[in-house]
Design a protein around this ligand. Structure first.
Ligand code: ZN
Length: 394
């Protein structure tokens, strides 16, 4: 089922997927999703945030069982993060339709918009907007690398920016189960194809804005420089040291240097920190320590730094009753994750669970992300059993 979209947004050089929100690749995937829904006789609804929902059962029904995941990717992402959850949901519907199963509550397959936040910087924008956890005016004003606002981008794709915001359909969902490729190797160590999530670490993104003074790379003696790259470099090293000591994670994976000339001392460095930790206080402490290290380094060079939190997600503990029910049903191990998901966004609103499928490389957000066909099939089987259990006639 992944084969028809295997080439969509795939970069021939890196082999990775470039499927950022509302890109041509994303639009092609939306078309594909609509076709898959149609083929199964599901009713397709798109909300004002671009979330696509394929309803099996009345689309105005209540207490729906929501499945699905997302189809967008990080720059040069893998084939499974997101799409595996969507195709597995359709495959579970297929299996149940074949056996003549009649759901006692609507079953909905979702494609959440803009989960990775690769374009506008805020992860899970589609689910956050639907849940009322992200203000529409803030989202619409976010800009991509080309300086285009989300409002401009969605309008160019024929969507109405005024329709962005809390979604009524979400009030008619009773349970959400998201299947996802594991981002780590816990299941490899457990010797299990499928696991159930316990919790998501708190995590967030911070923009570091280092400012100095542009000057000539040849004519400016070293002691006279106000080079913001120096403070940035010191901050990167401090982040690694501090995160390692705290048993947490800190990553600077995106960087803009201005003016970006080989023979010019830069005037400005913008860098984005992604940080995660087991507890919210640990995370706040880590980011504060990295910020303090950045400030000290900047002062030493006569430069400055400003830090802005772009998005911070609290710790998520999935519904304990649902987690235990699924772990028992599937005889599957329970494991935490350091990655954020739409399931984390929705979990404060309704009972939510996640199933993970074993990833032998443990790598994610990169082309080597992988899951065996047999494990993918085990994931579908598990999800099918979950729907049978949660949407069966009582
Ligand atoms: Zn994902």
């Amino acid at each position: 089922m992944l084969a028809p979209i295997a080439d969509v947004g795939r970069h021939p050089g890196t082999g990775g997927y470039r499927r950022s929100a509302w890109s041509d690749a994303d639009m092609a995937l939306r078309e594909w999703f609509a076709g898959e829904a149609r083929q199964r006789g599901l009713v397709l609804v798109e909300d004002g945030n671009g979330n696509q929902l394929a309803w099996w059962g009345a689309e105005d029904g209540h207490d729906a069982l929501l499945l699905g995941s997302h189809l967008d990717s990080v720059p040069d992402g893998g084939a499974y993060d997101g799409p595996l959850g969507v195709v597995s949901s359709f495959a579970a519907v297929d299996a149940l339709q074949r056996e003549g199963f009649r759901p006692a509550r609507p079953v909905v397959v979702a494609n959440f918009a803009d989960e990775e936040g690769a374009r506008f910087g805020v992860a899970c924008a589609g689910s956050r907007l639907a849940a009322g956890a992200l203000a529409p005016e803030r989202a619409l004003a976010l800009t991509d690398r080309d300086g285009r606002t989300m409002a401009e981008v969605v309008r160019a794709r024929g969507r109405d920016p005024l329709a962005v915001g809390p979604a009524e359909w979400l009030t008619r969902v009773g349970t959400f189960v998201e299947l996802h490729v594991e981002q780590g190797r816990s299941l490899v160590h457990d010797g299990a194809a499928v696991g159930v999530a316990s919790a998501i670490w708190p995590h967030g993104r911070w923009r570091f804005d280092f400012r100095g003074e542009a000057n000539h790379a040849g004519a400016t003696p070293m002691p006279d420089r106000h080079d913001p790259v120096q403070a940035f470099a010191a901050t990167v090293l401090a982040a690694r040291r501090l995160a390692t000591a705290a048993g947490a994670r800190a990553t600077f994976g995106r960087l803009d240097v201005e003016p970006g000339g080989t023979n010019a001392i830069p005037s400005r460095v913008q860098a984005w920190l992604d940080s995660r930790a087991a507890g919210e206080a640990d995370l706040a402490e880590l980011v504060a320590a990295i910020t303090a290290a950045a400030q000290t380094a900047a002062e030493d060079d006569g430069t400055s730094v400003e830090v802005v939190a772009e998005s911070v997600s609290p710790a998520v503990s999935f519904d304990a009753g649902l987690r235990d029910r699924l772990a028992t049903l599937l005889d599957a191990p329970v494991l935490p994750t350091g990655a954020g998901h739409d399931a984390g966004v929705l979990s404060p609103l309704l009972p939510t669970a996640m199933l993970f499928v074993r990833n032998p490389t443990g790598v994610s957000h990169a082309p080597s992300e992988f899951a065996d066909d047999d494990d993918c099939a085990a994931g579908v089987e598990a999800l099918t059993a979950v729907v049978r259990d949660l949407a069966g006639a009582s």
